[in-house]
Structure formats: C-alpha cells, structure tokens
Design a protein around this ligand. Structure first.
Ligand code: NAP
Length: 296
C-alpha cells in the first residue's frame, strides 16, 4: 500500500532543512515525505506547480518556500508578491481542487507593532513593508479558497543552524569585532525551526487544523536581549572565547530600507491548546541550536 505523501516546498531553506532532518529522525509512520528544492518545484512557475503536484498527488503540502529578504523586498516588490502571494494562491487552488491539505508559513511582519500585548490571529493586520504585504496577500489567497483543509502558521524571528539568521550573524560578528551595537526597541520572540517543525508534524498527525495559528518560542525580548543571551550561551558552549561589549541602540540609529514592527510578540495559545504542544522555553530552544553549531 502506498502511504499518503507530504510534499515540502522550499527544501533548502532553514525550515525546509529542519523538516527533512526531523523526518529522518522521527518520521510519521502513516505518511511518506518528499522535500523539494527550487530546482524540483519552483513555486513561482505556474506550469511547474501544476505539473509537479499533479504527478505527485500529495495529501499534504507544507509550503516552507518564500521570498524572505525583508529589506531587498522594498526594491523587488514584484518578485516578492510573485513568490509570497501569487504562487501561494496557485498552490492553494490546486490543493482545494484536489482535496489536499495545505499548511503555509507566514510572519509576524503582517502586523504594524502598535500593540503592547501579544498578537492573536484575529488582531488587525497592517504590514509596514513590502515583505509583510506580500505575505499577508499570500494568506488572503489561501483564505479565499472555499477549502476548509488549510492552515496558516505565523511565526517570528526564525533561526536554526542552517542558512542565514540573526543567531548566526551575531556569532560571526561577536567573533570578528571588538564591540557590537544591537537594536533594543524592537520586541518580539525568537523561534527555533526545530520547535516549529515539531509543531507542523504534530498538526499533520492529528489531522485537524484550520485557519490561522501563531507560533514562537514564547519570549518577549528585544534583539539586544537576544544577542546578549546568544553571546552568554556561545561562551558557555565554547563557540566564542570571550565576551565583547554589546551596546543597546534604538531603531533610528540603525536605519534599514524596510520598517519593522516595534512589537511583534505572537500569542501562541491557540496552537498550544489545540495541538497539546509542550510550552517551549526560548533559552532552551536556543541552547539546542548553539550546541549543534558548537558540534559542527
Ligand atoms: N526567517 C525569519 O525570520 C522568518 C520569520 C517569520 C516568518 N518566516 C517565514 O517562515 C518560512 C520559512 O522561512 P525560512 O527562514 O526557512 O526561509 P529561508 O531560509 O529564507 O528559505 C526560503 C526557501 O524558499 C525557497 N524559495 C524562494 N523562492 C522560491 C521559489 N520561487 N520556488 C521554490 N522555492 C523558493 C528558497 O530557495 P533557494 O534556497 O533556492 O533560494 C529557500 O529554500 C517563510 O514562509 C518565511 O516567510 C521567516
């Protein structure tokens, strides 16, 4: 008997690699999984999407592919919308037509950051930049499908031992520089791809999800506080030999092409309750990745 197939789009990304790694360690026995990179499934190519999905006939699609360059998106709006919105619409349409389930990943950048308490899924969206706009447009493309068989997971400050992310950038700079300045007035929550990947497999195994969920590692900290913890743990795990001074600065002292929300903590309680997820501790999650980087 052929097991139903989970297709992961975006296999070479941080989340895509983590999903493949977790699957290799602990697969769901009732499914098989194929993680496809851009050469195998370019989600922005309409014909490819239809051809690949029609051939593989997945029961579940996890879309971990995205245009994720927040600042570059300001000058590349067309490609950001193509990948994060139009392509998502086509995958959602194929899923609805073929009774497949779709789990799509979105972002805290759909919010403008004017709240001071965690964002629930039903709170008002109002992206500040092109990346957030394109991701929100992707969510809308999914919601306009009549299918009840899909879910959007918004997450924030994603990091892992793979690819490019804040943790790896900080470790590199902390090794190279005498001191560092890090923004202290943007508050959010880091999210390890490992916890997110575990959530996604739990959702698939429980086979009951619908609508928008929020997921993070439950912190409420600034990038500066995150950097301090990264340095402390990296020294403890032998990744760095010495501490350098880290200076807290304001967003206005570190201008970027894209504006970021000043506050983007996500309320993950719906996901925790529905999927009975263990309440992850952000420092513990960070430690797993730091230890992995120290092993490499
Ligand atoms: N990173 C964050 O801080 C963060 C925060 C909140 C939400 N998210 C969301 O979380 C999800 C996963 O993010 P991530 O950090 O794992 O992203 P990532 O590491 O930047 O990976 C993105 C992946 O998408 C692929 N991709 C881009 N365009 C594609 C296309 N046209 N067809 C097929 N694949 C394409 C990339 O392929 P190539 O390797 O070939 O370029 C890459 O494998 C995304 O939806 C992102 O928006 C991320």
């Amino acid at each position: 008997m052929t097991l139903p197939l989970i297709v992961v789009a975006g296999a070479t990304g941080q989340l895509g690699q983590t999903l493949a790694q977790l699957w290799a360690k602990s697969p769901l026995p009732q499914y098989q999984l194929k993680a496809l990179d851009r050469t195998e499934l370019d989600i922005s190519e309409a014909k490819t999407v239809i051809a690949v999905l029609s051939e593989l006939k997945p029961a579940v699609i996890v879309n971990a592919a995205a245009y994720t360059q927040v600042d570059k998106a300001e000058s590349e709006a067309r490609v950001a919308h193509l990948v994060n919105a139009e392509a998502v619409g086509r995958i959602a349409a194929w899923s609805a037509k073929n009774s497949a389930k779709l789990i799509h990943i979105s972002t805290d950048f759909v919010f403008d950051g004017t709240r001071q308490t965690p964002y629930r899924a039903d709170h008002q969206t109002n992206p500040l930049g092109v990346y957030g706009e394109s991701k929100l447009a992707g969510e809308h493309k999914i919601q306009t499908q009549a299918s009840q068989r899909n879910a959007v997971i918004r997450t924030s400050w994603l990091y892992s031992e793979y690819g490019n992310n804040f943790v790896k950038t900080m470790l590199r700079l902390m090794g190279d520089r005498d001191q560092l300045s890090v923004v202290n007035d943007q508050i959010g929550s880091p999210t390890s791809t490992h916890g997110l990947a575990a959530l996604l497999f739990t959702m698939i195994s429980k086979d009951s999800y619908q609508g928008i969920y929020h997921w993070s590692d439950g912190a409420s900290i600034s990038w500066y506080e995150f950097a301090q913890e990264i340095q402390d743990q990296a020294i403890q795990e032998g990744l760095l030999s010495k501490a350098i001074p880290i200076n807290p600065i304001s967003t206005s002292e570190y201008p970027t092409p894209a504006q970021r929300p000043a506050y983007s903590v996500l309320d993950r309680s719906r996901a925790v309750a529905q999927f009975e997820c263990p309440a992850l501790d952000w420092k513990g999650q960070l430690n797993l990745v730091i230890k992995e980087l120290a092993r490499e």
